[in-house]
Design a protein around this ligand. Structure first.
Ligand SMILES: O=C(O)c1ccc[n+]([C@@H]2O[C@H](COP(=O)([O-])O)[C@@H](O)[C@H]2O)c1
Ligand SMILES: Cc1cc2nc[nH]c2cc1C
Length: 361
């Protein structure tokens, strides 16, 4: 317990909470054994590239000689953003609430991909201006219709931030209860590439131009306006120095929920597969709130969003795919689950040199 308190103080002296409690490390003995096993399989050492690393990391995280990504839990967190009033998206705000219904009725990309994977898809409505109300298959965890416009005031207050972090942790508890082997966090929210970029700029000390991108499809003039909006927000909240305050001032409900989910997953020894630009900004915030959660993250893809490469680099992350995706919803992570499954199948199913009677180097 003392250790937990010490960690909290280290991570965020001002406001320690459950999110600052220590994360365990993946099991180094299983990592060692898995690396050794990879060296015995009938292939030149290292020839399966990142798939070998994925198998070794999953073995260590799952403390298992036979890692698996069969049972996958996907939570899509949806929320609206006050900063949408600044005209930072190519799409109207009403789309967020409309897509909540589409996720649940099975027509969204992530709905299709989840079905194809046999994954559980949870849809969480954290607050949408165009609120679809009670919809079968949607968990209502409404905090407010949207965040506040962070060009004018903090996006959320402390109570709202804590509720969003807790909403993410709640999803992880359900995933653990269901026996999930991998957690995917998706998001949906018109304007959230602006929030994600602003938050990451604050965390990394970068100007808006470094991370502002097209989002749902802005042209160059639109991207310049968006960067100007982000710079205004950064100036307004420049006095904030803690990652928790940066998340409250510049984040979004779904971004904070993702950060909470990523930390809770690490605390529960559940591997996380991180999706695109917004999810990676949330992952960055999570690592600033609790550095120990980084070891539980795998990175699915490099998004087309300008700025995602810089976020991945800041996290020393090697993404598995680079397909020009820019959808969000957890779709890139869902696509990368196939690679995780194949990495595990190879690790668990290939013959060793000795078993197959093949000459080793
Ligand atoms: O995941 C990504 O890399 C990504 C890149 C660009 C856009 N998106 C999605 O598009 C929406 C945000 O775009 P915008 O232009 O409204 O900020 C939001 O619902 C995201 O899921 C997602
Ligand atoms: C239609 C639509 C679907 C999305 N899914 C995630 N972000 C999105 C943005 C739009 C506009």
């Amino acid at each position: 317990m003392n250790h937990v308190v010490a960690e909290s103080i280290h991570c965020d002296a001002a406001q320690a909470g459950w999110w600052a409690a220590a994360c365990p490390s993946p099991d180094p003995a299983f990592a060692c054994a898995a690396r050794e096993h990879q060296g015995q399989l009938t292939k030149p050492p290292g020839s399966l590239g990142e798939l070998e690393n994925v198998a070794v990391q999953l073995a260590a995280m799952q403390a298992s000689a036979t890692p698996a990504a069969d049972r996958v839990w996907i939570s899509v967190f949806a929320a609206d953003h006050g900063v949408a009033a600044e005209g930072v998206s190519a799409f109207p705000q009403a789309v967020t609430g409309e897509m909540v219904r589409n996720f649940a009725t099975g027509g969204a990309a992530i709905s299709v991909l989840a079905r194809a994977l046999g994954a559980t898809l949870e849809v969480v409505n954290l607050g949408t201006v165009n609120d679809p109300g009670e919809v079968a298959g949607v968990r209502r965890a409404v905090i407010a219709p949207s965040t506040a416009n962070f060009c004018v005031q903090p996006a959320m207050n402390d109570v709202q931030l804590h509720a969003a972090l807790e909403a993410g942790a709640h999803s992880v508890r359900m995933a653990v209860e269901a026996g999930a082997q991998v957690f995917v966090g998706g998001e949906m929210g018109i304007g959230n590439t602006t929030a994600a970029a602003a938050l990451a700029c604050a965390l990394l000390g970068l100007p808006a131009a470094a991370l502002a991108g097209a989002g749902t499809g802005l042209d160059n003039a639109g991207i310049s306006r968006k960067a100007e909006v982000i710079d205004r927000a950064l100036a307004r909240h420049a006095h904030e120095t803690s990652p928790l305050r940066m998340l409250a001032c510049l984040g979004g409900f779904e971004i904070a929920a993702l950060a909470g989910a990523f930390i809770a997953a690490a605390q529960a020894r559940l591997p996380v597969l991180v999706d695109g630009f917004i999810a990676t900004a949330a992952a960055l915030a999570a690592t600033r709130l609790n550095p120990g959660c980084r070891e539980w993250m795998l990175f699915a893809h490099r998004s087309h969003e300008q700025g995602h490469a810089a976020l991945l680099e800041a996290l020393s992350a090697t993404p598995l795919l680079d397909l020009g995706l820019r959808l969000g919803e957890g779709s890139g992570a869902a696509l990368a689950i196939s690679l995780l499954r194949n990495a595990c199948a190879l690790h668990n199913g290939m013959a060793t040199f000795a078993q197959a009677g093949v000459s080793n180097a």
